[in-house]
Design a protein around this ligand. Structure first.
Ligand code: MGD
Ligand code: MGD
Ligand code: MO
Length: 775
């Protein structure tokens, strides 16, 4: 470990006594929600968490913590937490429950399972999972290894439009994922002799200081800025980083593929690319040269609303930099041309010679290849069962098994039509679809109600649980669980420090308990959840350690492969040859896999499904472009609304609007306004934002009101401010990846006593919805 860390001041042991506190040095992940897993010191007394500090010796966060973590004590002891298993007693939606024991809950699940298996087949059990929390492999194992069903869906996230397009582009083109190199997780950090800071970071469709998405801590960018790195930011709104950038490209939502083509046009035509890399390591460059000629900067400027000069300047600045990183985000995935934009931006990283170089984009795998995630348990699904996956036959990426998921939009159609078979049970672990994840939430609500038996495994009584669940299982929080994690950040133990809250169980324990009951043959070797973790940790060749080692040697387990230019050194491919893990061994600008799937592997622009150029008629009624879901400091998706401190910071849902636009609509800042389009409406509070184009508004996602009545028609007010009353399901580009969550349209008008007599929640739960039928 580096001398940089002050061992005198900050201990490096896994656990010690400090006065009356026991201090556990570990990391937290979820629950409650987060992508990050920062290093922490947990201070407990008599098994109770009393305070939490950032671990100064953690190379990941170096002592820093976000407000949600600092607020952990309030969250762990929130009286709102689910305390024991609950069985529905009233009608669905009445919010009437009876306390049952875990044994009774498991018996109920077993009974259902055997009944469904006998009468309908295991495939009629479908699992919905959420984003990258510590509830990824657990529901996957329950579904595939225990229930034997092949149907795991990324919740109801339309067109898998989070991270899947970006990762797929990286993987098909470069064979591995590409992560911006801020020397982030190395103990020596900036002191590594072989490292150089990125001269430029292009922050694209991402607000990393708030979101810290996919394990990338936003403050690493601030660290780089302090070293002199310059920023280019692509965002329709003026973010904190955009305000400090050399160049801010204020893009029209949903046109990022066009911008990428414009930038590539300049890079290629001005010959700013890395000729050596292109010549020796790429496949299909000439086709890209041809393609970008279709996108001269004038045309791109028209499509994206970004001045031509800025596109040229951005291209020159990024390509001329000695090394440049791209920190990209969700907005790339949430558009029709998500896959196309992802491919093009990956190409930009490649042809500028920024792959696997210091301060560029490093080719990464999970630490020690320990990546137990959504694909877990697939090895237990026989071929004939795989053929029963819902909806995959229409989407080559899904059918080929390239993703472990089934397509969410097709799942919705299946719930509605009962074809190819009626779904009999939904297992939801770590997702709250109608509140947050699903596009067209009212439609998803109606479809989920039709499923005969639903289980929710969560921390809180959510609107989804009240509306649809028959059984609710309470889970433990991060500080109460033993687990581990590996992502683009090092492998780390998550060590239990606090006693278990009431009668909750960890996600891992639920896997074990159910496994022992339903598939004892597959679970007989495990006695505790820790045995299970040991097994996961040990299954890679060559490394022999167990969970206990991981906990105790907390200081030793920081790992990232920081070798650069691995493709030159034969370090990527299983055959030991130089090259990338692709069919051609080259970086694939035109993808052989895309050819097989029948997709155009060179990116192109796709207009948003609704917008000035596609639906000019509709724009007369809904004249504003709506982007949704910009992240909030204190809330992770639908979570955190029940914690008083987080609500003090985010009291109500806010929508951003340009003051001129608001003025023309008679709206003053702080007014409640309706956002409405063909599919529905919701209300949020207007907040002025001069950094937006006057024709663009932004609405927050994930809002419900735990303080309101749970029973329908109120249902915690879940549809009242739900931006997903306005978004879509079943609308996406040709690859089935990427839905326009961040580029739809709406109108905005003031809420008045007259137009606010019937709440959207009542409309959806009692009046059959907003009446929109897709034509
Ligand atoms: N606090 C908090 N952190 C989170 C989450 C959370 O809910 N809360 N969610 C987690 C998850 S699952 C994810 S995927 C990540 C996502 O985190 P990010 O990738 O940061 O995504 P967003 O905050 O949705 O949007 C980022 C930026 O994109 C801009 N934007 C909107 N539309 C467009 C567009 O069409 N093009 C471009 N270029 N930009 C656009 C928005 O104005 C915003 O500033 O955050 C993760 N982290
Ligand atoms: N309009 C719009 N909608 C969006 C987005 C947007 O930008 N705009 N963003 C989308 C994106 S990128 C994503 S990834 C999805 C995310 O959607 P989801 O990941 O499904 O997030 P939530 O709906 O908040 O549901 C998460 C639930 O899991 C519970 N939970 C938290 N931690 C744990 C745990 O460790 N174990 C278990 N068992 N449960 C846990 C929480 O209490 C919560 O009820 O939302 C999407 N929705
Ligand atoms: Mo996400």
């Amino acid at each position: 470990m580096s001398e940089e860390f002050n061992k005198e001041l900050y201990k490096t042991a896994a656990r010690w006594q400090e006065g009356e506190y026991e201090v556990t040095r570990t990391a937290v992940w979820t629950a409650p929600g987060c992508h990050c897993s920062c290093g922490v010191l947990l201070y407990t007394k008599d098994g109770k968490l009393e305070k939490i500090e950032g671990d100064p010796n953690s190379p990941v966060n170096r002592g820093r913590l976000c407000l949600r973590c600092i607020n952990m004590v309030e969250q762990v002891y929130s009286p709102e937490r689910l305390k024991w298993p609950l069985k529905r007693v009233g009608e669905r939606g009445e919010n009437k429950w009876e306390r049952i024991t875990w044994d009774e809950a498991y018996k109920l699940i077993e009974e259902k399972y055997y009944e469904l298996k006998k009468n309908y087949g295991e495939q009629t059990i479908v699992t919905l999972v959420g984003t990258g929390r510590n509830a990824m492999w657990q529901p996957a194992v329950i579904t595939r290894t225990i229930f034997g069903s092949p149907n795991v869906s990324f919740g109801f996230l339309s067109a898998d439009s989070c991270y899947q397009p970006r990762m797929t582009a990286n993987l098909i083109k470069a064979g591995d994922c590409l992560i911006a190199d801020c020397s982030q997780t190395h103990p020596l950090r900036e002191a590594r002799p072989e490292w150089q800071k990125p001269e430029v970071i292009l922050v694209w469709g991402n607000n990393p200081l708030v979101s810290n998405g996919d394990g990338f801590l936003g403050h690493w960018i601030v660290d780089m800025m302090k070293l002199g790195t310059k920023l280019i930011v692509v965002d329709p709104a003026l973010t904190w980083l955009a305000a400090r950038a050399e160049l801010w490209l204020k893009i029209r939502p949903g046109t990022d593929a066009a911008l990428a083509l414009g930038i590539l046009n300049v890079v290629i035509n001005e010959k700013l690319y890395d000729k050596e890399f292109v010549e020796n390591w790429t496949y299909g460059f000439d086709e890209l040269v041809e393609r970008v000629q279709e996108y001269p900067v004038e045309k791109v400027s028209e499509i994206t609303w970004i001045p031509k000069e800025q596109i040229i300047q951005a291209a020159r600045m990024y390509a001329n930099a000695k090394n440049g990183a791209i920190q990209w985000g969700l907005a790339i995935d949430m558009q029709m041309a998500a896959m196309e934009a992802s491919c093009l931006i990956t190409d930009l990283m490649a042809i500028t010679g920024n792959i696997d170089v210091p301060g560029g984009m490093v080719l990464q795998r999970y630490a020690y290849n320990r990546g137990k995630k959504y694909g877990s348990g697939l090895e237990n699904i026989p071929e004939e069962m795989l053929l029963k996956r819902i909806g995959t036959y229409e989407s080559p990426i899904h059918e080929s098994g390239y993703t472990p998921f089934i397509p969410p939009d097709k799942l919705l159609e299946t719930l509605e039509s009962g074809k190819p078979y009626p779904v009999q049970m939904l297992w939801m672990q770590g997702t709250n679809p109608i509140t947050n994840m699903a596009g067209e939430a009212p439609r998803v609500y109606a479809a989920m109600k039709k499923v005969p038996f639903n289980v929710v495994v969560d921390l809180f009584m959510t609107p989804t649980a009240v509306a649809c669940a028959d059984l609710v299982l309470p889970v433990a929080m991060s500080v109460e669980r033993n687990s581990f994690r590996s992502w683009w950040t090092p492998l780390r133990a998550l060590t239990k420090a606090a006693d278990r809250y009431e009668d909750t169980k960890t996600d891992e324990e639920i896997v074990l308990d159910l496994g022992k009951r339903i598939r004892p043959d597959r679970f007989e070797q495990y006695n505790t959840a820790e045995d299970f973790l040991d097994d996961f940790l040990k299954d890679d060749e060559g490394v022999d350690y167990d969970f206990k080692d991981l906990v105790e040697k907390v200081q030793d387990w920081w790992d990232w492969d920081y070798t650069y230019k691995k493709y030159e050194k034969g370090l990527l491919r299983a055959d030991g040859q130089p090259g990338f893990v692709t069919p051609t061994g080259k970086y694939e600008i035109t993808s052989t896999l895309f050819d097989v799937w029948g997709f155009d592997s060179l990116g192109f622009h796709i207009e948003p499904a609704e917008g000035p150029n596609t639906t000019p008629e509709l724009m007369k009624e809904y004249p504003l472009i709506l982007t949704t879901g910009n992240r909030l400091w204190g809330c992770f998706h639908s979570e955190h609304r029940q914690f008083p401190t987080m609500r003090e910071i985010h009291q109500q849902p806010m929508m951003d609007i340009h003051p001129e636009t608001a003025k023309a609509l008679g709206i003053i800042e702080g007014d409640w306004v309706w956002l409405e389009n063909r599919r529905g409406k919701c209300k949020q509070i207007a907040r002025f934002n001069e950094g937006l184009d006057p024709k663009v508004v932004r609405g927050e996602h994930g809002w419900w009101f735990p303080e309101k009545e749970g029973a329908e028609p109120v249902l915690f007010g879940v549809f009242d401010s739900n931006i997903n009353n306005l978004t879509t399901m079943g609308v996406h580009g040709p690859t089935h990846y990427g839905a326009p969550y961040k580029s739809t349209i709406c109108k905005v008008y003031k809420v008045t006593p007259e137009n606010d007599k019937v709440t959207p929640s009542a409309i959806v739960t009692k009046m059959g919805g907003f009446g929109y039928v897709k034509k």
